[in-house]
Design a protein around this ligand. Structure first.
Ligand SMILES: *Cc1c(COP(=O)(O)O)cnc(C)c1O
Length: 417
């Protein structure tokens, strides 16, 4: 289902006109479709079928409480990368026993809190982290469930900034030394080895690197079993990529079918940590055109959303479709526009060379903005962060207020001398 479609020349999300949301809430505003979020989550659940395992939504893709609560109620687990994300999941009604904790830099305080609430598993990324975890668990008289995040040295063939499974990346424990690391972890009484984890990158449009990583993990699994180390789950890391433009993507069902086939008769649960694929195409960023600025070389449409609201174009040269909320008349003049924000950086653009018929005051929707959108926003240029809205059928609700000036300076003070 595409929740974003034109009806009578007007872009809707589910049964709500985007122009109505802009009128009532203002812009820039992120808008999420409840149905779209659930649909993709359900595709992962269906792909898992009756195989034991958990779909752990990667919270960092979109951590709004309404999104987390929706997925928690649907039965999702969660993959977190900070203590802040842990508190968000708990606040949103997520169950601690379905939380896995990833990330290269967990602090002792974060570890302590996660042990106290009783999360399902720590995905451990280094030998030093094994030691920290063992120490903190012993101090709290707990046994920490762990899997080691293995770096399988597989090229995910995605943007270098979101490629994480090569030996030059900071992530995980090298596959060559993983066996030794497992033997060491297994010897520590305050740790309990549960699984093997990897995450080789994001926005993968081909499953072959994922399957190659899976093969390497299974080889490691078999060696560990020979060493007497019991493993109960394999964690495949993030989900598959999404369509931003014209990408062709493997189906989630096919990917999982191939993984299960590789498992053979090994008794292993499947964990996965999809973020982008669940949230990206469930959201748009609404923005108004403030100024049209024509120069001899370029046409610029200056909009009220900027790189502080949506960083992906500036950070990854990412392409996201930009559509008018009201379709232009057939005879309206189409020109090539750079859609840019008001921030004082030349990297502040949302799209280059877009063929659109634009006028000042037009409302635009930046598509596929539900993942790695709001969560990466900042107050750069002292711009308050955007509002967030969730739509269900013909109803919508502000699920995060637009940030005010008072919000932005909360905690600041002038030096008293
Ligand atoms: C970012 C991340 C994910 C989510 O990846 P997507 O491509 O958004 O599905 C999963 N696991 C880990 C460890 C991550 O860092």
């Amino acid at each position: 289902m595409n929740p974003f479609e034109y009806r009578n020349g007007e872009l809707h999300v589910e049964d709500v006109r985007l122009s109505q949301i802009a009128d009532q809430v203002g812009t820039p505003t992120y808008v999420y479709s409840r149905q779209a979020l659930l649909d993709v989550y359900q595709r992962y659940v269906d792909a898992l079928g009756d195989h034991p395992g958990t779909v752990c939504y990667a919270v960092k893709a979109n951590s709004n409480l309404a999104v987390l609560n929706l997925l928690a109620e649907a039965g999702a687990g969660f993959d977190i990368v900070s203590g802040g994300e842990l508190e968000r999941v708990l606040k949103a009604g997520g169950k601690p026993e379905k939380i896995i904790f990833s990330g290269v830099g967990k602090t002792r305080d974060e570890i302590r809190r996660a042990l106290e609430v009783g999360i399902a598993c720590f995905n451990v990324e280094s030998i030093s982290e094994i030691d920290h975890l063992a120490e903190v668990a012993a101090e709290c008289s707990k046994i920490a469930p762990i899997s080691l995040r293995v770096n399988p040295d597989v090229d995910a063939k995605t943007h270098p900034y979101i490629s994480t499974g090569l030996k030059q990346n900071k992530f995980g424990i090298g596959i060559q030394v993983a066996e030794e690391a497992y033997l060491y972890a297994n010897s520590l009484p305050s740790l309990s080895v549960k699984g093997i984890d990897c995450h080789i990158g994001s926005q993968l449009t081909d499953v072959s690197p994922l399957l190659e990583a899976c093969d390497r993990l299974l080889e490691l699994h078999d060696r560990l079993v020979q060493q007497g180390i019991a493993i109960s789950h394999l964690d495949l890391g993030g989900g598959i990529g999404v369509v931003y433009r014209d990408e062709t993507l493997p189906s989630i069902a096919d990917y999982f079918a191939q993984v299960k086939e590789k498992f053979g008769d090994r008794q292993l649960a499947i964990f996965c940590e999809p973020g982008r694929s669940i949230a990206a195409n469930a959201g748009v960023l609404l923005t108004h055109v403030e100024y049209l600025k024509m120069t001899r070389h370029k046409n610029f449409a200056v909009v009220d959303a900027a790189m502080n609201d949506l960083l992906r174009p500036a950070l990854y040269q990412a392409w996201q479709n930009i559509q008018p909320v009201l379709q232009a008349a057939d005879d309206a003049e189409v020109k090539s526009w750079d859609i840019v924000g008001p921030v004082c950086e030349s990297a502040d653009f949302l799209g280059h060379d877009r063929e659109l018929a634009l006028q000042e005051g037009d409302l635009l929707a930046v598509m596929s903005a539900g993942a790695y959108g709001f969560v990466m926003s900042s107050n750069y240029n002292t711009r308050g962060r955007a509002a967030e809205v969730m739509v269900s059928g013909s109803r919508f609700q502000v699920v995060r207020q637009r940030e005010s000036f008072a919000d932005m300076i909360r905690g600041e003070s002038v030096f008293a001398g």
